[in-house]
Design a protein around this ligand. Structure first.
Ligand code: GLA
Length: 398
């Protein structure tokens, strides 16, 4: 779906609740009922496991999408973005049809559609958005937009839904209304993460645990390097990987690849010899689930530095077995490691977007410079580098 990343509004500049309330009033001529925020995310480890019933470990970024909203009684949905051209998008909620709506407005419209589909008493609304979540960078700007909208409507219409239910509604909106076959990780991260933690989510039963991730306290930094290579989740490659995993599970007679253990992997790979391309996908998923568990064990034991090699092994698996890296992501990882990083990997859907790099605080600036210089030498666009501070999930600001 070509619109996936172009779809989400980003103003790119710092904003606050007051600014967003003022913008709402300027657009709609009255004050909003409230302001809600939902963050972007990076995934520490557990990539492409979420549609295989596996494990993921994302954390929320300080970058957020703000939604200012007020209810309407006439069944009209009006949407406006500080970061998108084209003025106010006006839709009738009873006329919303899956995949009919294009552009960024499909995400919030999809939330209203999914809520109504679920039989929830949600009506029209006026919404204005401002966002600092980079788009097309693999940082889940779409999930931030969806979850900010879902939380706003939850409050406006007193639906009383739990964060995880909002995440499922957001995933349904993206799958069925927007038409992107994503898993549940990004929406859950946006809805459920907490400050200072990574979120360990079992995507089979959706149980989760907040895992303390105190980088600063340990003299560490997690850098995000946005390669500025635009990824497109819906361009077919994501769906292709997903279909390959499902083929593997069927051939092995399991419900999902989550059910293949590390001990059983050699046997499973032998069984899949007649399925071209599938064994490597299966190997990635099985070893990635193991890496999530090993990373959690390190974090639980207070051995944060020890996760570095696991992150790097995850990158190798995504590059060589899952085949979703790209030269720019590989260059970030190789350069950062050569410059002394503890570990590095691509994060998110792949084919561009961002990498994460775990570094000693004192080495952060030098490693960032090394990556920037390597990009210049290779003739790539200048990467955007910032720090991932584990931040709060979706919440109401006022
Ligand atoms: C995208 C999808 C997620 C997940 C990741 C890969 O971010 O939206 O559901 O599959 O890719 O881990």
């Amino acid at each position: 779906m070509a619109g996936h990343e172009a779809a989400t509004p980003t103003t790119g500049r710092p904003h606050g609740a007051r600014h967003t309330a003022d913008r709402f009033a300027a657009v709609y001529g009255a004050a909003p009922t409230g302001i809600w925020a939902a963050p972007g995310r990076v995934n520490l480890i557990g990539e492409h496991t979420d549609y295989n019933d596996g494990f993921v470990l994302p954390l929320a970024l300080p970058h957020t999408t703000l939604a200012a909203a007020a209810p309407r009684t006439d069944g009209v949905l009006r949407l406006h973005s500080g970061g998108a051209d084209g003025g106010v998008v006006e839709l009738r909620i009873d006329a919303l049809r899956p995949t009919a709506q294009g552009g960024w407005a499909a995400y919030p419209a999809g939330i209203v559609w999914a809520m109504r589909e679920a039989g929830l008493p949600v009506g029209g609304a006026d919404l204005h958005y401002d966002s600092t979540v980079p788009t097309g960078a693999g940082l889940s700007s779409s999930a931030a937009l969806e979850v900010a909208t879902a939380l706003a409507l939850n409050d406006l219409y007193a639906l009383g839904l739990e964060p995880q239910r909002l995440a499922r509604i957001a995933q349904r909106a993206e799958n069925a209304f927007v038409g992107v076959p994503c898993g549940i990780m990004d929406q859950t991260a946006a809805a459920c993460c907490t400050e200072g933690h990574a979120l360990f989510l079992d995507t089979r039963d959706l149980t989760h645990r907040q895992v303390p991730f105190d980088l600063a306290g340990e003299g560490l930094r997690l850098l995000v390097v946005d390669t500025r290579v635009k990824h497109e989740l819906g361009d077919g490659a994501y769906a292709e990987r997903r279909a390959g995993c499902e083929r593997g599970a069927r051939a092995l007679g399991v419900r999902a690849l989550r059910d293949v253990s590390g001990a059983h992997l050699p046997e499973a790979l032998a069984e899949l010899a007649g399925e071209p391309g599938v064994p490597a996908l299966v190997r990635h998923i099985v070893t990635e689930n193991q890496r999530v568990e090993e990373v959690i064990a390190c974090l639980d034991a207070g051995r944060t530095r020890a996760i570095g090699p696991l992150l790097t092994a995850g990158h190798a698996s995504l590059r060589d077995d899952f085949a979703i890296s790209c030269p720019e992501l590989d260059l970030v990882v190789d350069t950062a490691l050569a410059a002394g990083a503890l570990g590095a990997r691509m994060t998110g859907g792949g084919f561009g977007g961002s990498a994460i790099v775990l570094v000693e605080e004192a080495a952060a600036a030098g490693i960032g410079t090394a990556v920037t210089e390597a990009f210049a030498a290779a003739g790539h666009l200048e990467p955007r580098i910032f720090e991932a501070v584990p931040s709060a999930g979706a919440h109401r600001l006022q």
